[in-house]
Design a protein around this ligand. Sequence first.
Ligand code: FUC
Length: 787
Amino acid sequence: MRMTTIRQGSLALFAALALASIANAQTTTLWYDKPATDWEKEALPLGNGRIGAMVFGGVDSERLQISEKSLWTGGPGSEGGYDYGLAPESQAALMKSIGSKLLDGSTLAPEDVARQLGRKMNNYGDYQSFGDVIIERESDGSPVSGYRRELDLDTATARVSFKQGDAGFRREYFISYPDQVLVSRWISTSSQKLRVRFVVPDNRTVTVRAAGERIQVFGALKSNGLKYAAELRVIPECGSIKVDGDSLLVESDCQLLFVLAARTNYRMRYPDYRDASSDPAADVVKDTLAGKDRYAQFFSRHRDDYQQLFRRVALKLEPGTSKLPTDKLRAQYGTGNASADRQLEQLYFQYGRYLLLASSRQGSLPANLQGVWNDKATPPWNADYHVNINLQMNYWPAEVANLAETTPPLFDFVDHLVAPGKLAAQRYFGANGWTMFLNTNAWGYVGPIDWPTAFWQPEASAWLALHYYEHYLFSEDASFLKSRAWPVMKGATEFWLDALVTDPRDGKLVVTPSYSPEHGPFTAGAAMSQQIVANLFENASVAAKLVGDKAFAKRVDEALTKLDRGLRIGKWGQLQEWKADLDDAKDDHRHVSHLFALHPGHEIVTDNAELAAAARATLDARGDASTGWSRAWKINFWARLRDGDRAHKLLEGLLRDSTLPNLWDTHPPFQIDGNFGATAGIVEMLLQSQNGEVHILPALPKSWSKGSVKGIRARGDVTVDIDWDSCGPVQLVLATGHAGAVAVRSTLFEKAFDGDVKTEGSGPLRKFVAKRDGLYTFTRTADCEAH
Ligand code: FUC
């Protein structure tokens, strides 16, 4: 038992905090007037990339559902063995014979191919819930008033406050990246009696020990022996703590601090994926070290770390100041209150940036299908990493929305897929380089699964390599290109140099067997396969020259001359999904993979009227309604087609039909990719740079008639601020991180403007030579007439 006699002015502190909270509000706060009961739809997510928590905010019983990114069943150590998804024998001859059958234009049913090349997943595993912290409060049962539960995106803090009778209660929660712990502070104006316990699912061995002011939890997953541990420290400024079995009983009328750490002995390293030297039970003690017990210090380290990333970007869309709780704001979205709609869009955009920071920071696995949040033992799709769109989409906002610091988990993860991916290339194709298929887990899974309509996607490694190259284009970091990007890009390129086959019909190099993700029959040379390989080769050609790998550049350039680019216009004016014109104009399938070359690729240039019209025809036929991530992708497509109103229509549909009350994207079920895809899409509407120029407001919708954005990023290491009104840009500020030529396309240049640099060119495109760390401002001087 611990007794202290320090008593502080909780009342005064409580009053001061309540005022601060009201001042914050509106466009960076999600808030609700009742506790959450539904994990997926209502609880509010916190995260530091590695640890996630869902805050329910119950009045009498608080639930914090905890996740730790590496707590996965399956993989090495599982009973029955684990083979990374790879068949023991070479499948190359079988794969080649299937591939060659398609070269006369034949098709094969996915079931046929899956029966031959598919494999049942063995000990693939699932991402796990870590457990729940439950804090029950003894209540006098009197009525509760003034309830508020909120997530403040500006400080990455959740808060809960209410009154019961005359007493006020307030709780705050955040997960610190610098300190690697969840911290919570509870304040009340009258004494609180609490029972604190930690509950873990039963698929693991567990020891729970409550002692002194701590609850320790440790054990191992039954599935694979992965060790895990958590430690919860309760630090009251006054009052008492008693141990009662597995629980702590706390009585206090001052400030209470909770500090929670959670770890496993996972290590992202093929083949064993274990850190032999780590002892999670000892590591969590270090995380919650005594001495680290001042809320203010925890909070200021957390806030400083978070805000230097989050606050780089500001978006203003002339929002209203609706006082509606966020669930009601969303429910009334699109019903005629334009300023409330702008408020929600602005909030949703910053929420996407928040979620990426919360689910992807250096030192852990990348954001999975659910970011870092999961409450189940068998979550949808194992809460894994699907690589035929989903993992890639998670990282679309990273560069454009100025959060490049969220990319290290992706690159660390993919780097470690290269070793098993080389085995996949050999075993399935007899090829050099590396590849993988539809999906992967925490354990380097690189083989094909047995789900006929999705399993075959050997272009995944090429698509992931694009992220490395994009990171280079945005940062111009030559050492990243050489040491990190190039090995991964080269390996993916080597694979396709070996795996492509000459199509006897036209002498072009094609992928065979090829499968347009989750759609259609197997053919040779589906558009997406060809477009991804073309994109990889184009990038590899430039990169090889930059890193001085001339011989390799020559090989790539030769292959490029023979490569089928997968860009054909079909009989109803559509961009063909397959080499033969098989497209059905009535098909509304959610995947629109054959527009890869429009986004995230850049080979369908909107200035090419024919290709742009074909992409439009395809999108019109597929329709706007779809699942969450599909709608999000379509925002990006329409933005690239420079149709701001249509892009906005897709955003409207996403917010109206595919967004839960806690603003999570729903496929359904909850899948975080749609949040990230839409966040990236909003930037694409305001700024693009994929074709060698910084294009200002390429797809501004009419409904965003006035606004500003600050801190978004263009390729070439350029950071852009734009103010606009209904006549277009009013002012642009470009901050250049590197010296060199910059081409800027803006309607501003068609009007009179003042610029602090000499530009070349006329019309909307101007060029100038920028300095390293230069700042260039262009301001409209003509009056705005059109409204
Ligand atoms: C892809 C999609 C599915 C789902 C899954 C996780 O396979 O086609 O719709 O999003 O990923």
